[in-house]
Design a binder for this molecule. Structure first.
Ligand code: FES
Length: 127
């Protein structure tokens, strides 16, 4: 079970939805079901338009979730996954912050999902 909070400059306020981990499919599928407007195009890990930043909000420790090969390639090409971060993800199971919503499964835990809300616009990170 998870509370997923979506945050974007284009949203009037943050949107928190409850999700059963694994039962909702990808994060993009959950967003679409809940009418959260994460930009997307290919839905296949190739275009990068569904780029999101994931922040874990609970205290259960970082939860690794394997990157798909397409996600690795697309994030790397877009400068969101360095070789160091990829190695850390693959060797230490440490989750990288940036993911593709169409490739990322809703985890078992509370997360903040930040996205720009506009196709092709970089995420304005919260500090
Ligand atoms: S929609 Fe194209 S990478 Fe996710």
């Amino acid at each position: 079970m998870a509370n997923v909070t979506f945050c974007a400059p284009t949203l009037p306020k943050d949107i928190t939805v409850y999700a059963v981990a694994g039962s909702k499919g990808t994060l993009l599928a959950l967003a679409k079901e809940k009418a959260v407007p994460i930009p997307f195009q290919c839905q296949d890990g190739e275009c990068g338009s569904c780029l999101v930043k994931i922040t874990q909000l609970d205290n259960k420790g970082p939860k690794a979730q394997a990157l798909t090969e397409r996600e690795k390639t697309t994030l790397s090409v877009n400068g969101k996954l360095s070789k160091e971060l990829l190695a850390r993800a693959e060797v230490e199971d440490f989750p990288p912050a940036y993911r593709l919503a169409c490739q990322y499964w809703v985890p078992d835990g509370d997360i903040l999902v930040e996205f720009s809300g506009e196709p092709g616009v970089e995420i304005d990170l919260r500090k």
